[in-house]
Design a protein around this ligand. Structure first.
Ligand code: GLU
Length: 270
């Protein structure tokens, strides 16, 4: 089946935004980039597609405000950065969506929602009532309280869980890479890619080779890198949903995806 046909069936989508997509090279929240993305999301909503956002960027934004040049090793400091950055992030989303007539609601999750069925169902009910009220849920890990035992650790993993939780048909992971590359992928010291092999447009089976490619595409700077993205794809594919990894820095990326253009790598369930 062609991409356009597969995508025309999507009625509910989860979009994960990586830190790199949301921040400048100086680690500030990039309001104009976020505004461009919000325009895309509003376009999607106006097409009648329900949307849940999983956002990163809080810790990096908080570090910038607190004058921390490197990611603190000290947990309490890291959590302080998350507190500061998370509220900045939400202020921006809230204003940009409100200007376009949409309401957003924040949910901060920790991994312990998986430990008890009751908690899991509570979160599921909250999300479903937000969606039925036309609110756009904006989710992040609750980094300011999460310690190792209750941590997802990266938002790729979290976004896969959310996709299954809200029963979306599609998970879109937007990062600063165009998708999954076969062959080589080289990055400079800052972790930005400068040379790459062939971009895979469609993956129908996450084989060992695919996982090997993911290891090569991994950027040393990002939280999860390609490996956690592939794991996230696996998690949603198991439930019969699709996943797509694409470059969030590309203008009008969401419209391109839904026009069926061959952007990013799409992962299809068996
Ligand atoms: N939750 C982290 C943050 O908001 C990001 C984790 C990730 O990028 O995977 O900064």
């Amino acid at each position: 089946m062609k991409r356009i046909q597969l995508l025309s069936k999507v009625s509910r989508v989860v979009i994960k935004l990586g830190t790199r997509v949301l921040t400048t090279r100086e680690n500030r929240l990039d309001t104009s980039k976020i505004e461009e993305l919000v325009e895309e999301f509003v376009w999607l909503r106006k097409k009648g597609i329900q949307l849940t956002i999983v956002t990163s960027g809080a810790i990096t934004a908080g570090m910038k405000s607190l004058g921390l040049k490197i990611r603190p090793k000290n947990l309490a400091k890291l959590q302080a950065a998350a507190c500061v950055g998370q509220s900045q992030l939400m202020r921006i989303y809230e204003r940009l969506f409100k200007e376009r007539g949409f309401i957003v609601g924040q949910i901060l999750l920790t991994k312990d929602i998986l430990a008890k069925k009751e908690r899991y169902l509570n979160v599921r009910n909250t999300l479903s009532s937000l969606l039925s009220l036309n609110v756009i849920p904006i989710i992040n890990e609750n980094d300011s309280v999460a310690v190792d035992e209750i941590k997802f650790g990266d938002n790729d993993t979290l976004s896969a869980l959310v996709t299954n939780l809200v029963e979306a048909n599609l998970l879109i992971i937007l990062s600063d890479v165009d998708g999954l590359y076969a062959d080589y992928y080289r990055t400079d010291k800052s972790g930005r890619c400068y040379q790459r092999g062939k971009l895979l447009s469609c993956v129908e089976n996450i084989s060992e080779d695919i996982e090997k490619f993911a290891k090569r595409t991994n950027s040393p700077q990002s939280m999860g890198g390609m490996i956690t993205k592939i794991q996230a794809a696996k998690t949603v594919l198991k439930k019969g949903k699709m996943a797509l990894i694409a470059n969030g820095e590309r203008p009008k990326i969401i419209r391109e995806i839904f026009a069926g253009k061959k952007v990013g790598t799409i992962f299809l369930p068996k």
